[in-house]
Unconditional design. Structure first.
Length: 200
């Protein structure tokens, strides 16, 4: 299936850094705009806003691509490290960081044509913005607020393990223009404490 973003996505694999930057900015703008339109009412809830680091939220746009595209983008951007994704999840992914806080999470399926979430998305929609991720200081509490105050139910009944030791949950939220947007909340694991020095 051809994606409306196909030519823009191809720009992420360009040998020209300015073309890659322009493509990333365009994809990020599309993803972030759709998410913010869907979740704008949430910002009125003060505790939830604080948990999501408003007024300066950390927003990453998750871009699902076919495996060949994934490889081309990764090589063109210096072969960034692959995230450690739990074995039961249908994803390989890496992050790309661009100027102006443009953050992309490039994802592909481990099993093309399979029944996993990324494979199903690609089969139905083609390459494109699959999810929009918000860093959250407490996913459990944010999920409770969404259920209690906005009647938004999470995809998973409990927070689960995500890539690189994060804890995540997802919410399929109606978009004002029709359709739905998949929102991910994730928290970052605390860095391990260095052992205290002992006296010699």
């Amino acid at each position: 299936m051809s994606s409306p973003l196909a030519s823009t996505i191809a720009g992420l694999a360009s040998a020209n850094p300015s073309e890659r930057n322009a493509a990333a900015e365009a994809i990020y703008r599309v993803g972030r705009a759709s998410a913010e339109a869907a979740v704008s009412a949430w910002w009125s809830e003060s505790e939830l806003s604080a948990l999501l680091l408003v007024p300066s939220p950390v927003v990453t746009v998750g871009l699902a691509v076919e495996r060949a595209t994934f490889g081309r983008i990764r090589v063109a951007n210096g072969t960034p490290r692959l995230a450690e994704v739990p074995a039961d999840q249908d994803a390989e992914e890496f992050e790309l960081h661009f100027p102006e806080n443009v953050l992309l999470d490039v994802l592909t399926t481990r099993e093309p044509g399979g029944s996993g979430a990324i494979a199903r998305y690609l089969a139905k929609f083609g390459e494109g913005v699959q999810q929009v991720e918000f860093r959250c200081t407490n996913v459990d509490r944010a999920t409770e607020i969404l259920k209690d105050k906005f009647d938004v139910k999470p995809v998973y009944p409990a927070t689960r393990l995500g890539a690189d030791g994060t804890r995540v949950n997802f919410f399929l939220v109606p978009s004002p223009g029709g359709g739905k947007v998949l929102i991910e909340f994730y928290d970052v694991p605390a860095a391990p404490q260095a052992p205290a020095a002992t006296a010699q």
